[in-house]
Design a protein around this ligand. Structure first.
Ligand code: ADP
Ligand code: MG
Length: 585
Protein backbone atom coordinates (compact mmCIF):
# COMPACT_ATOMS: atom_id res chain seq x y z
CA UNK A 1 0.00 0.00 0.00
CA UNK A 2 2.96 2.35 -0.07
CA UNK A 3 3.13 3.42 -3.70
CA UNK A 4 -0.64 3.60 -4.14
CA UNK A 5 -1.80 7.25 -4.10
CA UNK A 6 -2.90 7.70 -0.52
CA UNK A 7 -2.93 11.44 0.04
CA UNK A 8 -0.57 11.04 2.96
CA UNK A 9 -2.51 8.15 4.51
CA UNK A 10 0.57 5.98 4.03
CA UNK A 11 4.23 6.93 4.19
CA UNK A 12 6.58 5.24 1.73
CA UNK A 13 7.94 2.86 4.37
CA UNK A 14 4.45 1.82 5.50
CA UNK A 15 3.78 -0.79 2.91
CA UNK A 16 1.14 -3.06 4.35
CA UNK A 17 -2.32 -3.08 2.82
CA UNK A 18 -5.23 -5.50 2.86
CA UNK A 19 -7.50 -6.75 0.14
CA UNK A 20 -10.95 -8.28 0.46
CA UNK A 21 -12.85 -10.00 -2.33
CA UNK A 22 -16.08 -8.33 -3.34
CA UNK A 23 -18.61 -11.11 -3.93
CA UNK A 24 -21.21 -8.62 -5.19
CA UNK A 25 -19.26 -8.00 -8.40
CA UNK A 26 -18.54 -10.89 -10.76
CA UNK A 27 -15.07 -12.35 -11.20
CA UNK A 28 -13.88 -12.51 -14.79
CA UNK A 29 -11.03 -13.81 -16.93
CA UNK A 30 -8.87 -11.22 -18.64
CA UNK A 31 -5.60 -11.93 -20.44
CA UNK A 32 -5.78 -15.58 -19.32
CA UNK A 33 -5.90 -14.41 -15.71
CA UNK A 34 -8.66 -14.83 -13.19
CA UNK A 35 -9.53 -11.37 -11.87
CA UNK A 36 -11.55 -10.91 -8.70
CA UNK A 37 -13.04 -7.50 -7.90
CA UNK A 38 -11.45 -6.49 -4.64
CA UNK A 39 -11.59 -3.84 -1.93
CA UNK A 40 -8.32 -2.36 -0.71
CA UNK A 41 -7.45 -0.76 2.61
CA UNK A 42 -4.30 0.17 4.46
CA UNK A 43 -2.78 -1.52 7.52
CA UNK A 44 -4.37 1.16 9.70
CA UNK A 45 -7.81 0.41 8.29
CA UNK A 46 -8.15 3.56 6.23
CA UNK A 47 -9.64 2.84 2.84
CA UNK A 48 -7.46 3.43 -0.20
CA UNK A 49 -9.87 2.36 -2.93
CA UNK A 50 -13.08 3.62 -4.52
CA UNK A 51 -14.97 0.36 -4.13
CA UNK A 52 -15.29 0.32 -0.34
CA UNK A 53 -16.92 3.77 -0.05
CA UNK A 54 -19.21 2.88 -2.94
CA UNK A 55 -20.36 -0.31 -1.22
CA UNK A 56 -20.78 1.60 2.04
CA UNK A 57 -22.90 4.25 0.31
CA UNK A 58 -25.06 1.53 -1.26
CA UNK A 59 -25.60 0.02 2.18
CA UNK A 60 -26.54 3.42 3.58
CA UNK A 61 -29.16 4.17 0.95
CA UNK A 62 -30.52 0.64 1.19
CA UNK A 63 -30.97 0.92 4.93
CA UNK A 64 -32.76 4.27 4.82
CA UNK A 65 -34.90 3.46 1.79
CA UNK A 66 -36.12 0.26 3.48
CA UNK A 67 -37.20 2.32 6.51
CA UNK A 68 -39.14 4.65 4.24
CA UNK A 69 -40.74 1.77 2.34
CA UNK A 70 -41.82 0.18 5.61
CA UNK A 71 -43.89 3.30 6.28
CA UNK A 72 -45.74 2.58 3.05
CA UNK A 73 -46.39 -0.94 4.32
CA UNK A 74 -43.76 -2.60 2.19
CA UNK A 75 -41.48 -5.25 3.61
CA UNK A 76 -38.32 -4.85 1.57
CA UNK A 77 -35.03 -6.22 2.83
CA UNK A 78 -32.76 -4.57 0.31
CA UNK A 79 -32.73 -1.64 -2.06
CA UNK A 80 -30.09 -1.27 -4.77
CA UNK A 81 -28.93 1.71 -6.73
CA UNK A 82 -28.69 0.93 -10.44
CA UNK A 83 -26.41 2.67 -12.90
CA UNK A 84 -26.05 2.67 -16.67
CA UNK A 85 -23.04 4.73 -17.76
CA UNK A 86 -23.01 5.92 -21.38
CA UNK A 87 -19.37 6.11 -22.45
CA UNK A 88 -18.19 8.59 -25.11
CA UNK A 89 -14.83 8.30 -26.88
CA UNK A 90 -12.84 9.35 -29.93
CA UNK A 91 -11.12 7.03 -32.42
CA UNK A 92 -8.18 8.32 -34.42
CA UNK A 93 -5.58 6.69 -36.63
CA UNK A 94 -2.61 5.20 -34.80
CA UNK A 95 -0.07 6.58 -37.30
CA UNK A 96 -1.35 10.14 -36.74
CA UNK A 97 -1.35 9.64 -32.99
CA UNK A 98 2.31 8.62 -33.00
CA UNK A 99 3.24 11.96 -34.56
CA UNK A 100 1.62 14.01 -31.80
CA UNK A 101 3.65 14.21 -28.57
CA UNK A 102 0.76 16.10 -26.95
CA UNK A 103 -1.67 13.22 -27.53
CA UNK A 104 0.90 10.69 -26.36
CA UNK A 105 1.90 12.53 -23.19
CA UNK A 106 -1.29 14.33 -22.19
CA UNK A 107 -4.16 12.64 -24.05
CA UNK A 108 -5.23 15.88 -25.72
CA UNK A 109 -4.01 18.26 -28.41
CA UNK A 110 -2.24 21.23 -26.83
CA UNK A 111 -1.94 22.90 -30.23
CA UNK A 112 -3.83 22.83 -33.49
CA UNK A 113 -5.60 25.34 -35.70
CA UNK A 114 -9.30 24.65 -36.16
CA UNK A 115 -10.15 22.45 -39.10
CA UNK A 116 -12.06 24.35 -41.83
CA UNK A 117 -14.83 21.85 -41.22
CA UNK A 118 -15.93 20.75 -37.77
CA UNK A 119 -19.22 19.29 -36.56
CA UNK A 120 -21.48 22.02 -37.96
CA UNK A 121 -23.09 19.88 -40.65
CA UNK A 122 -23.85 17.09 -38.15
CA UNK A 123 -23.04 14.70 -40.98
CA UNK A 124 -20.96 12.50 -38.70
CA UNK A 125 -23.55 12.35 -35.91
CA UNK A 126 -26.36 11.38 -38.25
CA UNK A 127 -24.21 9.67 -40.86
CA UNK A 128 -23.68 5.95 -41.13
CA UNK A 129 -20.98 4.28 -39.08
CA UNK A 130 -17.84 3.85 -41.19
CA UNK A 131 -16.78 0.24 -41.84
CA UNK A 132 -13.53 0.56 -39.91
CA UNK A 133 -15.37 1.89 -36.87
CA UNK A 134 -18.14 -0.69 -37.25
CA UNK A 135 -15.52 -3.44 -37.15
CA UNK A 136 -14.09 -1.91 -33.98
CA UNK A 137 -17.53 -1.75 -32.35
CA UNK A 138 -18.36 -5.36 -33.21
CA UNK A 139 -15.03 -6.51 -31.81
CA UNK A 140 -15.49 -4.37 -28.68
CA UNK A 141 -18.96 -5.83 -28.02
CA UNK A 142 -17.56 -9.33 -28.38
CA UNK A 143 -14.69 -8.68 -25.96
CA UNK A 144 -16.93 -6.98 -23.42
CA UNK A 145 -19.50 -9.78 -23.49
CA UNK A 146 -16.70 -12.24 -22.73
CA UNK A 147 -16.01 -10.22 -19.58
CA UNK A 148 -19.67 -10.19 -18.62
CA UNK A 149 -20.17 -6.53 -19.56
CA UNK A 150 -23.58 -6.09 -21.21
CA UNK A 151 -22.50 -3.74 -23.99
CA UNK A 152 -25.61 -2.78 -25.88
CA UNK A 153 -25.87 0.47 -27.82
CA UNK A 154 -23.11 1.62 -30.16
CA UNK A 155 -23.44 4.85 -32.13
CA UNK A 156 -21.76 7.93 -33.56
CA UNK A 157 -21.56 11.06 -31.45
CA UNK A 158 -21.61 14.77 -32.23
CA UNK A 159 -17.94 15.48 -33.02
CA UNK A 160 -16.16 13.94 -36.01
CA UNK A 161 -14.48 10.68 -34.94
CA UNK A 162 -16.55 10.61 -31.75
CA UNK A 163 -18.64 7.62 -30.72
CA UNK A 164 -20.53 6.19 -27.75
CA UNK A 165 -21.26 2.87 -26.09
CA UNK A 166 -24.10 2.38 -23.62
CA UNK A 167 -24.38 -0.86 -21.62
CA UNK A 168 -27.48 -2.33 -20.05
CA UNK A 169 -27.62 -0.93 -16.53
CA UNK A 170 -26.44 -2.95 -13.50
CA UNK A 171 -26.00 -2.35 -9.77
CA UNK A 172 -23.87 0.74 -9.07
CA UNK A 173 -21.00 -1.49 -7.99
CA UNK A 174 -21.01 -3.79 -11.03
CA UNK A 175 -21.60 -0.84 -13.36
CA UNK A 176 -18.52 0.87 -11.94
CA UNK A 177 -16.29 -2.19 -12.34
CA UNK A 178 -17.67 -2.79 -15.82
CA UNK A 179 -17.11 0.77 -16.88
CA UNK A 180 -13.46 0.50 -15.85
CA UNK A 181 -13.19 -2.68 -17.94
CA UNK A 182 -14.97 -0.98 -20.83
CA UNK A 183 -12.44 1.86 -20.94
CA UNK A 184 -9.55 -0.61 -20.84
CA UNK A 185 -11.04 -2.76 -23.61
CA UNK A 186 -11.78 0.27 -25.78
CA UNK A 187 -8.08 1.10 -25.77
CA UNK A 188 -6.98 -2.49 -26.38
CA UNK A 189 -9.44 -3.24 -29.16
CA UNK A 190 -8.72 0.08 -30.90
CA UNK A 191 -5.05 -0.84 -31.03
CA UNK A 192 -5.88 -4.10 -32.84
CA UNK A 193 -7.65 -2.05 -35.52
CA UNK A 194 -4.78 0.38 -36.08
CA UNK A 195 -6.71 3.00 -34.13
CA UNK A 196 -6.21 4.85 -30.86
CA UNK A 197 -9.12 5.39 -28.49
CA UNK A 198 -8.99 8.79 -26.78
CA UNK A 199 -10.86 8.95 -23.49
CA UNK A 200 -9.74 12.48 -22.61
CA UNK A 201 -12.60 14.91 -21.95
CA UNK A 202 -11.37 17.41 -24.50
CA UNK A 203 -8.96 15.97 -27.07
CA UNK A 204 -9.72 18.73 -29.64
CA UNK A 205 -10.60 22.40 -29.34
CA UNK A 206 -13.55 23.58 -31.35
CA UNK A 207 -15.53 20.33 -31.40
CA UNK A 208 -17.41 18.57 -28.61
CA UNK A 209 -15.58 16.84 -25.81
CA UNK A 210 -16.47 13.48 -24.26
CA UNK A 211 -18.52 12.76 -21.19
CA UNK A 212 -20.04 9.86 -19.41
CA UNK A 213 -23.73 10.02 -18.54
CA UNK A 214 -24.42 8.41 -15.21
CA UNK A 215 -27.99 7.07 -15.44
CA UNK A 216 -29.04 6.37 -11.87
CA UNK A 217 -32.05 4.89 -10.16
CA UNK A 218 -33.09 2.97 -7.03
CA UNK A 219 -34.81 -0.42 -7.12
CA UNK A 220 -36.08 -2.82 -4.48
CA UNK A 221 -35.06 -6.46 -4.27
CA UNK A 222 -38.45 -7.20 -5.83
CA UNK A 223 -37.61 -5.17 -8.89
CA UNK A 224 -39.70 -2.09 -8.13
CA UNK A 225 -38.06 1.02 -9.52
CA UNK A 226 -38.56 3.68 -6.86
CA UNK A 227 -38.15 6.51 -9.34
CA UNK A 228 -40.90 5.17 -11.54
CA UNK A 229 -44.09 7.17 -11.07
CA UNK A 230 -46.80 4.72 -10.09
CA UNK A 231 -50.35 4.19 -11.25
CA UNK A 232 -52.15 4.67 -7.95
CA UNK A 233 -52.25 7.74 -5.69
CA UNK A 234 -50.35 5.92 -2.96
CA UNK A 235 -47.61 4.85 -5.38
CA UNK A 236 -47.43 8.42 -6.54
CA UNK A 237 -47.00 9.61 -2.98
CA UNK A 238 -44.13 7.18 -2.53
CA UNK A 239 -42.59 8.31 -5.81
CA UNK A 240 -42.95 11.95 -4.81
CA UNK A 241 -41.25 11.26 -1.49
CA UNK A 242 -38.23 9.65 -3.20
CA UNK A 243 -38.21 12.41 -5.81
CA UNK A 244 -38.22 14.98 -3.00
CA UNK A 245 -35.29 13.19 -1.35
CA UNK A 246 -33.28 13.39 -4.58
CA UNK A 247 -34.16 17.06 -5.11
CA UNK A 248 -33.17 17.94 -1.54
CA UNK A 249 -29.97 15.91 -1.81
CA UNK A 250 -28.88 17.52 -5.07
CA UNK A 251 -29.62 20.99 -3.69
CA UNK A 252 -27.83 20.47 -0.38
CA UNK A 253 -24.86 18.64 -1.89
CA UNK A 254 -24.37 20.49 -5.18
CA UNK A 255 -20.76 20.90 -4.15
CA UNK A 256 -20.16 17.17 -3.70
CA UNK A 257 -21.66 16.34 -7.08
CA UNK A 258 -19.50 19.03 -8.68
CA UNK A 259 -16.43 17.70 -6.83
CA UNK A 260 -17.12 14.18 -8.08
CA UNK A 261 -16.68 15.38 -11.67
CA UNK A 262 -13.79 17.79 -11.12
CA UNK A 263 -10.58 17.22 -13.09
CA UNK A 264 -8.18 19.09 -15.32
CA UNK A 265 -9.69 17.38 -18.37
CA UNK A 266 -13.32 17.98 -17.43
CA UNK A 267 -12.68 21.69 -16.75
CA UNK A 268 -12.54 22.09 -20.54
CA UNK A 269 -16.05 20.73 -20.84
CA UNK A 270 -18.09 22.00 -17.93
CA UNK A 271 -19.33 25.44 -18.71
CA UNK A 272 -18.29 25.27 -22.34
CA UNK A 273 -21.15 25.11 -24.82
CA UNK A 274 -21.45 21.38 -25.12
CA UNK A 275 -21.68 19.98 -21.65
CA UNK A 276 -23.83 21.13 -18.80
CA UNK A 277 -22.50 24.22 -17.05
CA UNK A 278 -20.45 23.96 -13.87
CA UNK A 279 -23.64 24.91 -12.01
CA UNK A 280 -25.53 21.88 -10.72
CA UNK A 281 -29.26 22.07 -11.37
CA UNK A 282 -32.09 19.60 -12.01
CA UNK A 283 -34.53 19.13 -14.84
CA UNK A 284 -37.77 17.33 -14.05
CA UNK A 285 -39.79 18.10 -17.16
CA UNK A 286 -42.80 20.37 -17.50
CA UNK A 287 -45.37 18.03 -16.05
CA UNK A 288 -43.51 17.17 -12.86
CA UNK A 289 -42.55 20.82 -12.50
CA UNK A 290 -46.25 21.67 -12.64
CA UNK A 291 -47.02 18.96 -10.05
CA UNK A 292 -44.33 20.39 -7.78
CA UNK A 293 -45.61 23.91 -8.25
CA UNK A 294 -49.16 22.95 -7.35
CA UNK A 295 -47.95 21.04 -4.29
CA UNK A 296 -45.87 23.94 -3.04
CA UNK A 297 -48.45 26.62 -3.77
CA UNK A 298 -51.42 24.54 -2.73
CA UNK A 299 -53.14 25.21 -6.05
CA UNK A 300 -55.04 22.76 -8.20
CA UNK A 301 -53.03 20.68 -10.56
CA UNK A 302 -54.72 20.22 -13.90
CA UNK A 303 -53.23 18.47 -16.86
CA UNK A 304 -54.90 17.21 -19.97
CA UNK A 305 -56.50 13.89 -19.16
CA UNK A 306 -55.78 14.13 -15.43
CA UNK A 307 -57.86 14.81 -12.37
CA UNK A 308 -57.18 18.03 -10.56
CA UNK A 309 -55.25 17.57 -7.39
CA UNK A 310 -55.01 19.02 -3.93
CA UNK A 311 -52.37 18.35 -1.36
CA UNK A 312 -53.97 15.21 0.15
CA UNK A 313 -52.23 11.99 -0.73
CA UNK A 314 -55.36 10.20 -1.81
CA UNK A 315 -55.99 12.72 -4.53
CA UNK A 316 -52.53 12.89 -6.05
CA UNK A 317 -52.81 12.44 -9.78
CA UNK A 318 -51.49 9.69 -11.93
CA UNK A 319 -48.16 10.81 -13.33
CA UNK A 320 -47.69 9.17 -16.70
CA UNK A 321 -44.45 7.39 -17.56
CA UNK A 322 -43.21 9.67 -20.26
CA UNK A 323 -43.94 12.88 -18.49
CA UNK A 324 -40.74 14.57 -19.46
CA UNK A 325 -39.23 15.87 -22.63
CA UNK A 326 -35.43 15.71 -22.76
CA UNK A 327 -33.22 18.62 -21.83
CA UNK A 328 -29.71 18.14 -23.15
CA UNK A 329 -28.35 21.13 -21.28
CA UNK A 330 -29.34 20.00 -17.82
CA UNK A 331 -26.65 18.47 -15.62
CA UNK A 332 -29.14 16.31 -13.72
CA UNK A 333 -32.21 15.35 -15.69
CA UNK A 334 -35.18 13.17 -14.81
CA UNK A 335 -35.74 10.84 -17.74
CA UNK A 336 -38.99 9.09 -16.86
CA UNK A 337 -37.83 6.49 -14.33
CA UNK A 338 -34.23 7.45 -13.57
CA UNK A 339 -31.98 10.46 -13.33
CA UNK A 340 -29.24 11.14 -15.82
CA UNK A 341 -26.24 12.96 -14.34
CA UNK A 342 -24.45 14.36 -17.35
CA UNK A 343 -21.43 16.05 -15.80
CA UNK A 344 -18.94 13.17 -15.36
CA UNK A 345 -16.01 13.24 -17.75
CA UNK A 346 -15.29 10.42 -20.19
CA UNK A 347 -12.18 9.21 -18.35
CA UNK A 348 -13.71 9.21 -14.87
CA UNK A 349 -14.24 6.34 -12.51
CA UNK A 350 -17.96 6.68 -11.75
CA UNK A 351 -17.59 5.37 -8.20
CA UNK A 352 -17.11 8.84 -6.77
CA UNK A 353 -20.23 10.31 -8.37
CA UNK A 354 -22.31 7.41 -7.12
CA UNK A 355 -20.82 7.62 -3.62
CA UNK A 356 -21.95 11.26 -3.47
CA UNK A 357 -25.40 10.56 -4.85
CA UNK A 358 -26.10 7.48 -2.76
CA UNK A 359 -24.88 9.04 0.48
CA UNK A 360 -26.66 12.35 0.00
CA UNK A 361 -29.97 10.68 -0.88
CA UNK A 362 -29.53 8.19 2.00
CA UNK A 363 -29.18 11.13 4.36
CA UNK A 364 -32.41 12.77 3.17
CA UNK A 365 -34.27 9.47 3.39
CA UNK A 366 -32.96 9.04 6.93
CA UNK A 367 -34.31 12.46 7.93
CA UNK A 368 -37.65 11.70 6.26
CA UNK A 369 -37.93 8.32 7.99
CA UNK A 370 -37.05 9.87 11.37
CA UNK A 371 -39.83 12.40 10.96
CA UNK A 372 -42.48 10.14 9.47
CA UNK A 373 -41.95 7.25 11.88
CA UNK A 374 -42.96 9.59 14.70
CA UNK A 375 -46.08 10.89 12.98
CA UNK A 376 -49.56 10.00 14.30
CA UNK A 377 -51.20 10.66 10.95
CA UNK A 378 -48.83 9.35 8.29
CA UNK A 379 -50.67 10.77 5.28
CA UNK A 380 -50.92 14.25 6.76
CA UNK A 381 -47.28 14.21 7.87
CA UNK A 382 -46.21 12.99 4.46
CA UNK A 383 -48.03 15.80 2.68
CA UNK A 384 -46.58 18.39 5.03
CA UNK A 385 -43.09 17.04 4.57
CA UNK A 386 -43.21 16.83 0.77
CA UNK A 387 -44.67 20.29 0.48
CA UNK A 388 -42.18 21.81 2.94
CA UNK A 389 -39.10 20.24 1.38
CA UNK A 390 -40.08 20.97 -2.19
CA UNK A 391 -40.67 24.59 -1.24
CA UNK A 392 -37.27 24.74 0.44
CA UNK A 393 -35.32 23.16 -2.42
CA UNK A 394 -37.20 24.24 -5.51
CA UNK A 395 -34.40 26.62 -6.43
CA UNK A 396 -32.35 23.68 -7.74
CA UNK A 397 -35.00 22.95 -10.40
CA UNK A 398 -34.35 24.58 -13.73
CA UNK A 399 -36.12 23.52 -16.89
CA UNK A 400 -34.67 26.20 -19.16
CA UNK A 401 -31.59 26.33 -21.36
CA UNK A 402 -28.46 25.72 -19.28
CA UNK A 403 -26.25 27.03 -22.09
CA UNK A 404 -27.87 30.48 -22.09
CA UNK A 405 -26.03 33.55 -20.84
CA UNK A 406 -28.84 34.38 -18.43
CA UNK A 407 -28.64 31.12 -16.52
CA UNK A 408 -25.45 31.81 -14.52
CA UNK A 409 -26.95 35.16 -13.44
CA UNK A 410 -30.27 33.55 -12.51
CA UNK A 411 -28.40 30.75 -10.70
CA UNK A 412 -26.45 33.34 -8.71
CA UNK A 413 -29.72 35.05 -7.73
CA UNK A 414 -30.99 31.67 -6.52
CA UNK A 415 -27.82 31.20 -4.48
CA UNK A 416 -26.67 28.14 -6.42
CA UNK A 417 -22.98 27.34 -6.49
CA UNK A 418 -20.95 27.97 -9.61
CA UNK A 419 -17.61 26.27 -9.02
CA UNK A 420 -15.87 26.98 -12.28
CA UNK A 421 -12.60 25.12 -11.86
CA UNK A 422 -11.35 21.96 -10.21
CA UNK A 423 -9.37 23.65 -7.40
CA UNK A 424 -12.35 25.91 -6.60
CA UNK A 425 -14.56 22.82 -6.34
CA UNK A 426 -12.16 20.52 -4.49
CA UNK A 427 -11.60 22.98 -1.67
CA UNK A 428 -15.21 22.29 -0.55
CA UNK A 429 -14.57 18.55 -0.15
CA UNK A 430 -13.65 19.02 3.49
CA UNK A 431 -16.42 21.50 4.34
CA UNK A 432 -17.82 20.61 7.74
CA UNK A 433 -21.27 19.65 6.40
CA UNK A 434 -19.67 17.20 3.95
CA UNK A 435 -17.38 15.62 6.54
CA UNK A 436 -20.43 15.26 8.80
CA UNK A 437 -22.52 13.67 6.05
CA UNK A 438 -19.98 10.97 5.31
CA UNK A 439 -19.36 10.34 8.99
CA UNK A 440 -23.10 9.94 9.70
CA UNK A 441 -23.32 7.11 7.19
CA UNK A 442 -19.93 5.57 7.83
CA UNK A 443 -18.80 6.16 4.25
CA UNK A 444 -15.61 8.17 4.81
CA UNK A 445 -13.77 9.38 7.88
CA UNK A 446 -12.44 12.92 8.01
CA UNK A 447 -8.91 11.65 7.26
CA UNK A 448 -10.16 9.67 4.28
CA UNK A 449 -11.87 12.73 2.81
CA UNK A 450 -8.82 14.90 3.43
CA UNK A 451 -6.67 12.35 1.63
CA UNK A 452 -8.99 12.34 -1.38
CA UNK A 453 -9.00 16.11 -1.53
CA UNK A 454 -5.20 16.10 -1.49
CA UNK A 455 -4.90 13.34 -4.10
CA UNK A 456 -7.26 15.08 -6.52
CA UNK A 457 -5.69 18.48 -5.94
CA UNK A 458 -2.22 17.06 -6.54
CA UNK A 459 -3.31 15.17 -9.64
CA UNK A 460 -4.79 18.36 -11.04
CA UNK A 461 -1.62 20.36 -10.42
CA UNK A 462 0.56 17.61 -11.89
CA UNK A 463 -1.54 17.27 -15.03
CA UNK A 464 -1.39 20.98 -15.85
CA UNK A 465 2.32 21.00 -15.05
CA UNK A 466 2.94 18.11 -17.46
CA UNK A 467 0.82 19.78 -20.13
CA UNK A 468 2.81 23.00 -19.80
CA UNK A 469 6.14 21.17 -20.06
CA UNK A 470 4.91 19.20 -23.07
CA UNK A 471 3.79 22.38 -24.78
CA UNK A 472 7.10 24.12 -24.08
CA UNK A 473 8.92 21.12 -25.51
CA UNK A 474 6.80 21.00 -28.66
CA UNK A 475 7.04 24.72 -29.29
CA UNK A 476 10.80 24.75 -28.86
CA UNK A 477 11.66 21.55 -30.72
CA UNK A 478 8.97 21.32 -33.37
CA UNK A 479 6.95 24.46 -34.00
CA UNK A 480 9.53 27.25 -33.83
CA UNK A 481 12.02 25.29 -36.04
CA UNK A 482 9.24 24.63 -38.57
CA UNK A 483 8.26 28.30 -38.71
CA UNK A 484 11.93 29.35 -39.03
CA UNK A 485 12.59 26.81 -41.80
CA UNK A 486 9.57 27.88 -43.78
CA UNK A 487 10.28 31.62 -43.58
CA UNK A 488 13.92 30.96 -44.44
CA UNK A 489 12.85 29.11 -47.57
CA UNK A 490 10.47 31.95 -48.47
CA UNK A 491 13.23 34.49 -47.88
CA UNK A 492 15.63 32.58 -50.10
CA UNK A 493 12.97 32.59 -52.80
CA UNK A 494 12.51 36.33 -52.47
CA UNK A 495 16.33 36.86 -52.72
CA UNK A 496 16.62 34.54 -55.72
CA UNK A 497 13.80 36.37 -57.47
CA UNK A 498 15.45 39.74 -56.74
CA UNK A 499 18.67 38.32 -58.33
CA UNK A 500 16.88 37.91 -61.67
CA UNK A 501 15.12 41.24 -61.35
CA UNK A 502 11.70 39.96 -60.18
CA UNK A 503 10.13 41.87 -57.30
CA UNK A 504 8.16 39.76 -54.79
CA UNK A 505 6.82 42.31 -52.30
CA UNK A 506 3.95 40.12 -51.04
CA UNK A 507 6.27 37.22 -50.31
CA UNK A 508 8.76 39.58 -48.65
CA UNK A 509 5.95 40.91 -46.46
CA UNK A 510 5.00 37.33 -45.63
CA UNK A 511 8.59 36.62 -44.50
CA UNK A 512 8.49 39.70 -42.29
CA UNK A 513 5.15 38.68 -40.78
CA UNK A 514 6.27 35.10 -40.17
CA UNK A 515 9.47 36.33 -38.54
CA UNK A 516 7.53 38.68 -36.27
CA UNK A 517 4.98 36.01 -35.32
CA UNK A 518 7.76 33.50 -34.66
CA UNK A 519 9.47 36.03 -32.40
CA UNK A 520 6.19 36.48 -30.55
CA UNK A 521 5.85 32.71 -30.19
CA UNK A 522 9.38 32.45 -28.77
CA UNK A 523 8.60 35.24 -26.35
CA UNK A 524 5.36 33.59 -25.19
CA UNK A 525 7.15 30.26 -24.79
CA UNK A 526 9.75 31.96 -22.58
CA UNK A 527 6.96 33.60 -20.61
CA UNK A 528 5.29 30.21 -20.12
CA UNK A 529 8.60 28.78 -18.88
CA UNK A 530 8.89 31.61 -16.37
CA UNK A 531 5.32 31.09 -15.17
CA UNK A 532 5.92 27.35 -14.68
CA UNK A 533 9.18 28.04 -12.84
CA UNK A 534 7.30 30.20 -10.34
CA UNK A 535 4.86 27.48 -9.23
CA UNK A 536 4.31 27.70 -5.47
CA UNK A 537 5.10 24.75 -3.18
CA UNK A 538 1.94 24.49 -1.07
CA UNK A 539 -0.52 22.08 -2.67
CA UNK A 540 -3.78 24.06 -2.77
CA UNK A 541 -1.99 27.24 -3.76
CA UNK A 542 -0.17 25.37 -6.51
CA UNK A 543 -3.38 23.92 -7.94
CA UNK A 544 -4.99 27.36 -7.97
CA UNK A 545 -1.88 28.84 -9.57
CA UNK A 546 -1.99 26.26 -12.35
CA UNK A 547 -5.55 27.32 -13.06
CA UNK A 548 -5.00 31.06 -12.80
CA UNK A 549 -1.50 31.51 -14.22
CA UNK A 550 -0.24 28.43 -16.10
CA UNK A 551 -3.35 27.71 -18.19
CA UNK A 552 -3.65 31.31 -19.48
CA UNK A 553 0.07 31.32 -20.34
CA UNK A 554 -0.39 28.06 -22.26
CA UNK A 555 -3.38 29.49 -24.10
CA UNK A 556 -1.45 32.63 -25.03
CA UNK A 557 1.35 30.58 -26.59
CA UNK A 558 -1.06 28.25 -28.35
CA UNK A 559 -2.93 31.12 -29.93
CA UNK A 560 0.19 32.33 -31.79
CA UNK A 561 1.22 28.80 -32.75
CA UNK A 562 -2.24 28.08 -34.19
CA UNK A 563 -2.12 31.30 -36.17
CA UNK A 564 1.28 30.31 -37.56
CA UNK A 565 -0.04 26.88 -38.52
CA UNK A 566 -2.35 28.61 -40.98
CA UNK A 567 0.61 30.42 -42.58
CA UNK A 568 3.27 27.73 -42.78
CA UNK A 569 3.50 25.32 -45.72
CA UNK A 570 1.94 21.93 -45.08
CA UNK A 571 5.11 19.92 -45.63
CA UNK A 572 6.92 22.11 -43.10
CA UNK A 573 4.38 21.57 -40.33
CA UNK A 574 5.74 18.77 -38.14
CA UNK A 575 2.45 17.19 -37.04
CA UNK A 576 -0.89 16.04 -38.45
CA UNK A 577 -3.43 18.88 -38.47
CA UNK A 578 -6.90 18.79 -36.93
CA UNK A 579 -8.37 17.98 -40.34
CA UNK A 580 -5.88 15.08 -40.73
CA UNK A 581 -6.79 13.74 -37.31
CA UNK A 582 -10.55 14.18 -37.48
CA UNK A 583 -11.43 13.33 -41.04
CA UNK A 584 -9.21 10.49 -42.17
CA UNK A 585 -10.28 7.49 -40.10
P1 ADP B 1 -29.63 8.62 -23.99
O1 ADP B 1 -31.02 8.81 -24.46
O2 ADP B 1 -29.26 9.56 -22.90
O3 ADP B 1 -28.58 8.52 -25.07
P2 ADP B 1 -29.31 5.75 -23.70
O4 ADP B 1 -30.56 5.04 -24.07
O5 ADP B 1 -28.16 5.75 -24.64
O6 ADP B 1 -29.71 7.21 -23.24
O7 ADP B 1 -28.76 5.19 -22.33
C1 ADP B 1 -29.58 5.09 -21.22
C2 ADP B 1 -28.83 4.30 -20.17
O8 ADP B 1 -29.62 4.28 -18.99
C3 ADP B 1 -28.56 2.85 -20.55
O9 ADP B 1 -27.28 2.49 -20.15
C4 ADP B 1 -29.62 2.12 -19.75
O10 ADP B 1 -29.28 0.78 -19.43
C5 ADP B 1 -29.66 2.97 -18.50
N1 ADP B 1 -30.85 2.74 -17.67
C6 ADP B 1 -32.10 2.42 -18.05
N2 ADP B 1 -32.89 2.21 -16.97
C7 ADP B 1 -32.12 2.40 -15.87
C8 ADP B 1 -32.33 2.32 -14.47
N3 ADP B 1 -33.51 1.99 -13.95
N4 ADP B 1 -31.29 2.57 -13.66
C9 ADP B 1 -30.09 2.90 -14.16
N5 ADP B 1 -29.83 3.00 -15.46
C10 ADP B 1 -30.81 2.76 -16.31
MG1 MG C 1 -27.45 10.33 -22.29
Amino acid sequence: ASSFPSGGLRATFEARGYTAWDPTSYAFIKDDTLCIPTAFCSYTGEILDKKTPLLRSMEAISKEACRVLALFGKKVSRVTTTVGPEQEYFLIDKEDYKKRPDLILTGRTLLGARSPKGQELEDHYFGSIRPRVKAFMADLDEELWKLGVNAKTEHNEVAPCQHEMAPVFATANIATDHNQLTMEMMKKVADRHGLVCLLHEKPFEGVNGSGKHNNWSISTDRGENLLDPGSTPMENAQFLLFLTAVIKAVDEYQDLLRISVASAGNDHRLGANEAPPAIVSMYVGDELAAVIQSLVEGTDYKAAGHKSMDIGVTSLPHIPQDNSDRNRTSPFAFTGNKFEFRMPGSSFNIACTNVMLNTAVADELMQFADELEKADNFEAALSTLIRRELAAHRRILFNGNGYSEEWPLEAARRGLLNLRSTPEALIHYTDEKNVALFARHGVYTRTEIQSRQDINMEEYAKIIHIEALTLIDMLGKLIVPACAAYSKQLAEGVAAKAGIGVDAPAEAAQVRLLTEKTAELIERTERLKAVVAAEPEALNARAMYEHEAVIPAMEAARQVADELEGRVGKEYWPMPSYADLLFYV
